[in-house]
Design a protein around this ligand. Structure first.
Ligand SMILES: Nc1ncnc2c1ncn2[C@@H]1O[C@H](COP(=O)(O)OP(=O)(O)O)[C@@H](O)[C@H]1O
Ligand SMILES: [Mg+2]
Length: 288
C-alpha cells in the first residue's frame, strides 16, 4: 500500500495499513473478499466491486465515523447498500458480508440509511414522516407522538411550527433534517449515509455536519458516510476509506483527528487544510 509524503506532525492525518482485526474479536461490520457482478442477458457481465475486505471492531458504547471516498462509479453506494441488504446491489455475488458477525440476509432495524434525495413521503406531515419507523414497529401511539416531537427538536426543527408541515413546505436542509430524524429515531447500531449533504448549499452543509457530529456522539452508532467532499470527510471522520477505481476495493485507510470544534471554524485551520491536501493527493490520481 503506497503512502503519501506526510512528515510526522505535519497534519492530523495519517495513512495506515488496513490492519487485520483478529478473528476472535467481535465486529460490527466485516467484508471478506466481496464481489458484485451484474449479469444481464445479451450484455457482457459487469463487476462493480471486487476484493472488498475490511473489518470494523465492535466496541460496546463506541461507534466509529467512517467516511468513504472514491472516484465516481467505483462502488461506494454498492458497498453501503450491500450492508443495508438493499437490492439490486444486495445480494453480492461472492465473498462474505457480516453485520455483528452474522451474514446479512435482508434489511433490518439495526441498519438505517439516509440518501441524498431525502426520500420523505410527500403526503405525510413532518411528524408522520419522522414517526414512520415507529409505526411499522407498532409502537404505542403516545410513544410515537412524544418521540417524534423529541426528534424533530433534536434535528433543529421547531416541533410547534414544523411538525404539521408537509415536505413541499420545507427547504432542502429542513427536508434532510426530517430524513435524518426518521432514520435516527430508530436508534440503529449502524447508520449508512449516501452523499446526504450533496444537494445542500455550503452554509447549510456546515450546519448539518455539526448537527450530525452531535447526534452521532449521543447515539454511539457506527456511521458509514459516502461523500465527494474531501473536507467533509476529513472533518467528520476518524478513519477514512479510499476506494480504488471500478471495480472498487478499499485502497487506503487513513486515520484523521475526530472533530473537536465546529465545521466552519475547523476548516479554516492550516493543519486541517494540510490534511485535506494530503487526502486529495491520494484521490486525484484515481479520477479520470
Ligand atoms: N443494477 C445495476 N446494474 C448494472 N450495473 C449497476 C447497477 N447498479 C449500479 N451499477 C454500476 O455499478 C457501478 C458502481 O455503482 P455505484 O456503487 O453506484 O458507484 P458510486 O456510488 O461509487 O458512484 C457503476 O458503474 C454503476 O453503473
Ligand atoms: Mg453513489
Amino acid at each position: 500500500m503506497s503512502k503519501p509524503d506526510l512528515k510526522p506532525g505535519q497534519a492530523p492525518c495519517e495513512v495506515s495499513d488496513l490492519e487485520p482485526v483478529a478473528a476472535d474479536v467481535p465486529k460490527v461490520v466485516e467484508f471478506r473478499e466481496v464481489k458484485k457482478t451484474y449479469t444481464t442477458p445479451g450484455k457482457p457481465d459487469f463487476t462493480s466491486i471486487e476484493g472488498v475486505t475490511f473489518a470494523v471492531e465492535d466496541i460496546p458504547g463506541v461507534g466509529e465515523f467512517i467516511p468513504i471516498l472514491g472516484p465516481s462509479g467505483c462502488g461506494k453506494s454498492t458497498v453501503l447498500r450491500i450492508i443495508a441488504g438493499l437490492p439490486p446491489h444486495f445480494p453480492h455475488t461472492s465473498g462474505e458480508v457480516l453485520v455483528k458477525d452474522i451474514p446479512v440476509s435482508h434489511p433490518g432495524p439495526d441498519r438505517g440509511m439516509v440518501f441524498q434525495d431525502y426520500a420523505n413521503f410527500p403526503h405525510l406531515t413532518v411528524q408522520d414522516n419522522v414517526a414512520l419507523g415507529l409505526d411499522f414497529a407498532d409502537r404505542p401511539e403516545k410513544e410515537r407522538r412524544e418521540l417524534s416531537l423529541e426528534w424533530i427538536a433534536k434535528v433543529g426543527l421547531d416541533p410547534k411550527r414544523d411538525a404539521r408541515k408537509y415536505p413541499h413546505e420545507l427547504s432542502g436542509g429542513m427536508n434532510q433534517r426530517v430524513a435524518i430524524a426518521r432514520t435516527l429515531i430508530m436508534q440503529p447500531r449502524i447508520i449508512l449515509m449516501d452523499e446526504p449533504f450533496g444537494a445542500l448549499d455550503p452554509v447549510t452543509r456546515h450546519r448539518m455536519q455539526d448537527l450530525l457530529v452531535n447526534l452521532w456522539r449521543e447515539l454511539e452508532a457506527t456511521v458509514f458516510f459516502v461523500t465527494h467532499d474531501v473536507a467533509e470527510a476529513v472533518f467528520l471522520g476518524e478513519r477514512i476509506y479510499i476506494m480504488s477505481r471500478s471495480p472498487g476495493h478499499i485502497l487506503h485507510q487513513l486515520r484523521v483527528t475526530p472533530p473537536d470544534a465546529p465545521s466552519m471554524e475547523t476548516q479554516k485551520e492550516k493543519s486541517f487544510q494540510d490534511s485535506v491536501n494530503a487526502v486529495k493527493a491520494l484521490l486525484d490520481p484515481l479520477e479520470d
